[in-house]
Design a binder for this molecule. Structure first.
Ligand code: DX5
Ligand code: ZN
Length: 216
């Protein structure tokens, strides 16, 4: 299991220092980019995300909750280890967005809201590197994990079969449920409140990794 702590729960006034806190424990940094249209919330955009590239070597996991992902994706400075994820429900046609992100030289992720059937992303599975399963309604941190996500992860794993597609899960994950999420098939865990919402994010990230592994 790899951990992608979400900066949504971090101190936005000290993002570089917050990122530093999970160095050596986290495998990615998760950025929730919101446009106030696709979701009823606003966060940060390319200037802020790109500025942080100078302060950390962790790969960036950029989650676009935008109606126009194909318009804004090219504004992120990314490399082969980074991933840009867009939502299948967005206004831009998924096929076009995939081609745009692919052209940036990073990995391509696709995501779906909890209520969107898996059949919506099925046609794109041969073209993406990563699927982000939402286990809360996108837009806000600190929500409760929707248990229906477990079955979705299992079904998605079956759909993916032997393709090299990573399953990431985002929303409401904490040390109490992370094991189940990993057992269902998640390979990357996104967690905001359970990491940056804790007094010691490094210790909290470590606790999540331990809990995912069982009680070793
Ligand atoms: C929700 C975001 C999540 C959020 C998760 O729209 O996509 O990445 O940061 O936060 P927690 O872990 O608090 O549910
Ligand atoms: Zn997210």
């Amino acid at each position: 299991m790899r951990l992608s702590p979400s900066l949504l729960s971090a101190d936005f006034g000290r993002l570089a220092e917050e990122a530093e806190k999970v160095k050596g424990v986290a495998h990615f940094l998760h950025f929730d980019v919101m446009d106030g249209h696709f979701v009823p919330n606003l966060t940060f955009g390319p200037p802020v995300v790109n500025a942080l590239k100078r302060y950390t070597n962790l790969p960036f996991d950029i989650h676009l909750m935008l109606e126009r992902p194909a318009v804004y994706a090219p504004r992120f400075q990314v490399g082969p280890d980074d991933v840009i994820t867009f939502h299948v429900e967005a206004e831009d046609p998924p096929q076009h967005t995939i081609e745009v992100i692919r052209g940036l030289g990073c990995r391509v992720g696709i995501s779906l809201r909890p209520g969107t059937p898996l059949s919506a992303i099925k046609p794109y599975l041969p073209q993406v590197d990563w699927v982000l399963v939402m286990s809360v309604e996108p837009g806000f941190g600190g929500q409760e994990f929707l248990p229906g996500a477990l079955d979705r992860i299992r079904n998605l794993k079956r759909l993916i079969g032997r393709r090299p597609v990573t399953i990431a899960v985002d929303g409401g994950i904490d040390p109490g449920n992370v094991r189940q999420v990993v057992e269902a098939g998640a390979e990357v865990i996104v967690a905001g409140s359970a990491v940056f919402g804790q007094p010691d994010p490094r210790a909290a990230a470590y606790r999540l990794l331990m809990a995912a592994d069982g009680d070793r």
